[in-house]
Design a protein around this ligand. Sequence first.
Ligand code: PHE
Length: 334
Amino acid sequence: RQYIAEAEAFHTTKKEELEAFRIKFLGSKGLLKDFFAEFKNVPNELKKEFGQVINELKTKAEDKVKSIQDAIENSQQSSSVYGDLTRPAEPLEIGSRHPISIVKNQIVDIFSNIGFNVSEGPEIEDDWHNFTALNLPEYHPARDMQDTFFIQTNPDVLLRTHTSSVQVRYMEASKPPIRTISPGRVFRNEAVSSRSHCIFHQVEGLYIDKDVSFADLKQTLLYFTKEMFGKSKIRLRPSYFPFTEPSAEVDIYWGLKTETDYRITKGTGWLEIMGCGMVDPNVLKNCNINPDEYTGFAFGMGIERIAMLLYQIGDIRMFYENDVRFLEQFKASI
Ligand code: PHE
């Protein structure tokens, strides 16, 4: 009976100790073997009780070995190979698109729907594609409008200040009709602040065909602002760009419903979103397109500016810091 108590109390998590226990009780030279051998010497009147006790001891010892063995196997499997299989799964971290990409893709989609394709070009440009072909000859004062990063002078190699350079390349390489948008990164030597950065992104558009008019430009802009912002009240303010004539600045009526609307529109309700105009005949000539046969319009906008409007981002520097707390907020967007 003392052994029954011992068997009942036994516990271990180690295989070796369990094996020692098994040998002691159930082994070929173990206690039970001895007790069974002893059975024939037990007086008849005690045989019944003795038999019951050693049978109980046998079952208890066998059960104990079995249950501890199972426990050891389970814990080995779960901790070393699979971890704790009963724990709930860790959530899978998935990435999210950068807001610049989200907005760029939206703009690309909107223009793809009306037949524009996407064109790309180099970020390191020569003077011809960034300036001269765009009606900005050497010493033209408007070159100062775009604070350029030069990599080399004479002959000039520079970081493109706008993606209009891509449009020049596109015109040089293809014949009208041309309908293309050029998204990409551009560089300007400007002081970095919450509102401007020396690196940013643009989407510029170009449409060239026979009889393209300013009315076509305005309708295209109306279509775009409706699709992009759900707002279709725009105004065109006369402006100047060397590569377009006439030129205009596009304002969208943002409204004055919230405090933010007041702040970003400086209380006017109007917001400038892009520049545009009819392609200057000199630019067409420079790109081997006959201005007597073809006309066209062009427009250009900053992606950061639009993303800041749509997502109410107060500081342009956020786009380049790669702070996951910022980036994670765009998970819900595609
Ligand atoms: N290239 C101009 C800029 O970077 C934008 C623009 C493009 C304006 C096309 C008019 C026409 O500011």
